[in-house]
Design a protein. Structure first.
Length: 314
């Protein structure tokens, strides 16, 4: 009589889910995404509407036994309530689209503050999807005792699954948020490799890095209705550098006066934009980068739906 074979070992459990990060402009959504992923993949600046696309960031936490959890975070543009240009309508469509078919929402607000713009974003949330209230920028709150009653007031507005006062700059707070997100990730196979960070192309990332440096180095001088378009992205073999990429990017502005702002006196500002972008791209892409920039004037592009789409907006 033969003995029954030993039962097969259980397959390690893998969890995977889509997490939308939403909120009004300038509440720190992109900074939070970068912190959750563990590497910068979404650009940041003090200028409102810096994020203009749905940026997917991926973080996989393996358990050492072949299982673990994979988060697919979707950073969205700040929901625009003040302007109705074609560009803004495109950004708002991106926000609404990000809420389709997701497993969890991170609703990001500034700790201790709740504005009409926050309320309009909250109204977009659909019943049935769990929502974590992320009270970001806690490090800027002077009276921490005011946070508890503020949280109680917000709970009257929406039944949040969880809430977390935090700072995206604090690694411990980020780990707490990841632990909360894990509770809502369904058991299913991972959609991406364990070492993946984003599903965006290198060409797209190059455009975003140039736009970030543009915003940071022009500040309030330049209206937010400017964008960048990659016109050439070519990789070449290189014995000396291993990997070499040549990039040509156009900065699109609406007026000749804006072009002068970008170029700067004797071309110094556009040189700084190019230098800082090139250095960051070399680190991001692991390659020697040659970056060429120029400025083009296209009046009224941000209110022209066809041109908005031609520049890659949804």
């Amino acid at each position: 009589m033969t003995e029954d074979p030993s039962p097969a070992p259980a397959t390690p459990a893998t969890r995977c889910g889509l997490v939308a990060i939403i909120g009004r402009p300038n509440v720190g959504k992109s900074t939070l995404l970068n912190a959750l992923v563990g590497q910068k993949i979404s650009i940041t600046s003090r200028k409102a509407q810096t994020t203009r696309h749905r940026i997917t960031g991926i973080r996989t936490l393996e358990d050492g036994a072949g299982g673990g959890v994979q988060f697919i975070f979707v950073d969205t543009p700040g929901f625009q309530t003040r302007h109705t240009a074609a560009l803004n309508r495109s950004l708002n469509r991106a926000v609404r689209g990000a809420l389709e078919g997701i497993d969890l929402v991170l609703f990001v607000v500034e700790a201790g503050s709740f504005t009409l713009a926050d309320a309009k974003v909250l109204a977009l949330l659909k019943p049935g999807t769990p929502v974590i209230l992320v009270a970001n920028k806690l490090d800027t709150v002077r009276r921490r005792a005011d946070i508890a009653p503020w949280l109680r007031d917000l709970q009257q507005r929406h039944t949040f699954a969880q809430w977390l006062p935090m700072s995206a700059k604090n690694p411990r707070d980020v780990e707490r948020l990841l632990a909360l997100c894990t509770l809502y990730m369904p058991e299913q196979p991972w959609r991406h490799d364990a070492d993946a960070l984003t599903d965006r192309s290198e060409r797209f990332l190059a455009s975003e890095v140039v736009r970030e440096k543009l915003f940071r180095l022009t500040g309030d001088e330049l209206p937010y209705t400017c964008t960048t378009v990659i016109e050439r992205f070519e990789e070449e073999p290189s014995r000396q550098h291993g990997r070499m990429i040549r990039i040509a990017a156009a900065i699109i502005v609406e007026r000749p006066s804006h072009k002068a702002i970008v170029i700067g006196e004797a071309g110094q500002r556009i040189k700084r934009i190019g230098s800082q972008a090139r250095q960051e791209l070399e680190t991001l892409l692991g390659a020697k980068v040659f970056l060429e920039l120029w400025v083009k004037v296209q009046s009224g592009w941000a209110d022209d739906s066809a041109r908005v789409r031609s520049f890659g907006y949804e």
